[in-house]
Every structure is written in structure tokens, then in C-alpha cells.
Design a protein around this ligand. Structure first.
Ligand code: HEC
Length: 169
């Protein structure tokens, strides 16, 4: 047997035995520690001290969709008022006005956040006053009512934030 061939065999065996039994400390250090490091979401939570509204993902999504439509309503009301189209002002404002369906939804969304539902209901009532002012064809009154409605938006936003949960408390 050729000496070079033997050398190659020895080298191959050495390599194989090395890769077959990894150093034990490598795998141990690769196991993640039980307490997970803080995530970006945790960091945001720390910075944002508002009260939490616990919501399932579906509810949170629905709430945000509804919020974006609230803003569309405000835009429509302002545009219609600029055109003195009071029928359109009333029609748009009714989308954020109080109704039993709306009331039930606010109850549902705010079930885990004390005070939230009350603020939400008061908000929808202020939107009703936009509808009343539009019926009177009173621009100044529409603006005053819109201002109260916007104050209800901003007050709630200053107090509450969504908190995603897997199960409701
Ligand atoms: C009773 C409470 C409440 C009222 C009233 C309210 N909102 Fe909100 N809104 C929220 C909460 C809670 C969020 C989620 C905020 C967060 O987690 O940062 C939100 C988020 C939003 C968002 C962001 C949506 C997105 O896609 O992320 C918009 C836009 C918005 N609201 C518009 C409005 C407008 C306009 C009004 C009034 C006409 C209004 N909201 C009234 C509670 C309220």
C-alpha cells in the first residue's frame, strides 16, 4: 500500500470524527435563554403610556377600519359644508352618529378598557349634533358641532391605545 494513500485515509478519518461529534459547548450556547429579549413592540409600549384597549386581532382590524372611515366622514362633512350642501353634511355625519348597532359595537370593543365605551358613546352623540345643525342649514352650528366631535376624537386618542391579545381578559 502506497504511503500517500494511507495519509489521505488518516486525514479523512480525522475530519469525519471531528464533524460527527460537535463540541458540546457549541450546541449549549446556541439554545435561546427562556426570557426573550425585548421586542420593538415592547419598546413602543414602554414609550406609549396610554391606557390599553385589549382586542383580538379581528377586533383591532375592524376598529382601525372604522376609525379610518371616521376620518373620511370628517373630510366629507368639511367638503359638503364648503359647498353648502347640508343634505350631504347630514348624510355623512350619520355614519358616525349614534345607533343601537354602534352602541353594541362600542360596548364590545370597550369591554376590557374601563371608561372607553362611555367616551365612545358620548362621541357618537356629538356627531348627532352635526346632523341636527345641518337640518337647520346653519353653517356656524355645523362647525361648532364638528369641533365638539373632533374634540371627542382627540380626547379618546390621547387616552387609549390598542393592545393585541390572543384571548380577551
Ligand atoms: C372612544 C375612543 C375613540 C374615539 C372617540 C375615536 N377614536 Fe380613533 N382610535 C381610537 C383608538 C383606540 C385607536 C388606535 C390607536 C392606537 O392603538 O394607537 C384609534 C385610531 C384611529 C386612527 C388610526 C387608524 C389606523 O389605521 O391606524 C384614525 C385615523 C382615527 N382613530 C380617527 C378617528 C376620528 C377621525 C375620530 C373622530 C371623528 C376618532 N378616531 C374617534 C379610539 C377612538
Amino acid at each position: 500500500v502506497n504511503a500517500n494513500y494511507l495519509l489521505v485515509l488518516v486525514a479523512l478519518c480525522a475530519c469525519q470524527s471531528k464533524s460527527a461529534s460537535p463540541a458540546p459547548n457549541v450546541s449549549v450556547s446556541a439554545i435561546p435563554t427562556p426570557s426573550r429579549p425585548p421586542s420593538a413592540a415592547d419598546a413602543l409600549d414602554e414609550l406609549d403610556g396610554r391606557r390599553e384597549v385589549p382586542l383580538l386581532p379581528m377586533m383591532a382590524h375592524h376598529q382601525k377600519q372604522s376609525m379610518r372611515d371616521h376620518l373620511v366622514v370628517v373630510q366629507e362633512v368639511v367638503a359638503a359644508l364648503g359647498a353648502s350642501d347640508f343634505v350631504k353634511v347630514a348624510e355623512s355625519a350619520k355614519r358616525i352618529g349614534y345607533s343601537e348597532t354602534m352602541g353594541r359595537m362600542c360596548q364590545h370593543m370597550g369591554a376590557g378598557a374601563p371608561g372607553f365605551t362611555e367616551q365612545a358613546l358620548a362621541f357618537h352623540r356629538t356627531a348627532d349634533s352635526i346632523v341636527h345643525a345641518a337640518a337647520e342649514r346653519d353653517s356656524a352650528a355645523v362647525l361648532t358641532a364638528l369641533s365638539s366631535t373632533l374634540a371627542a376624537c382627540t380626547t379618546c386618542h390621547a387616552s387609549y391605545k390598542q393592545k393585541l391579545v390572543d384571548t380577551l381578559p
